[in-house]
Write a protein that binds this ligand. Structure first.
Ligand SMILES: [Zn+2]
Length: 132
């Protein structure tokens, strides 16, 4: 069974309500949001697995719009090494000067694991559409 969350307050909901019973957010309006926008919201999702999935999909989409959110995670995440790894892999897929600059920034990250992964991704030649 799929768990639904209110995108405004992250309360768990049944998925059938028109409005969030907690904060009153118009859930029908949320259905109208495009897929990418929903994924962008999920970057700050309280459930780690949802964040990982959103980051992976945004990477596959090559979403330039995700870069500010990914940068924020790089700058602020201090505990979850897995989310940082996902961010780096997504950045390597998104490509372009901005995502490359973020990878270069990550190559100076305080965590050694993050630095090493960023460096290896930077060393890899750009292969559009290649699988990791
Ligand atoms: Zn709500």
């Amino acid at each position: 069974m799929i768990t639904h969350y209110c995108p405004a307050c992250w309360r768990e909901i049944a998925g059938t309500e028109a409005h969030c019973p907690d904060c009153g957010f118009d859930l029908a309006q949320d259905q109208a949001l495009n897929f990418e926008e929903k994924l962008l919201r999920s970057l700050e999702h309280p459930v780690p697995e949802k964040r990982y999935l959103a980051i992976q999909i945004l990477g596959q989409l090559g979403s330039q719009a995700a870069l500010p959110g990914l940068e924020k995670i790089l700058d602020t995440e201090v505990n979850d090494i897995y989310v940082l790894r996902e961010v780096l892999v997504a950045l390597s897929k998104i490509q372009g000067p901005r995502s490359r600059a973020l990878l270069q920034k990550a190559a100076e990250h305080p965590f050694q694991t993050v630095r090493q992964l960023a460096q290896s991704l930077l060393a890899r030649p750009a292969e559009p559409g290649a699988h990791t």
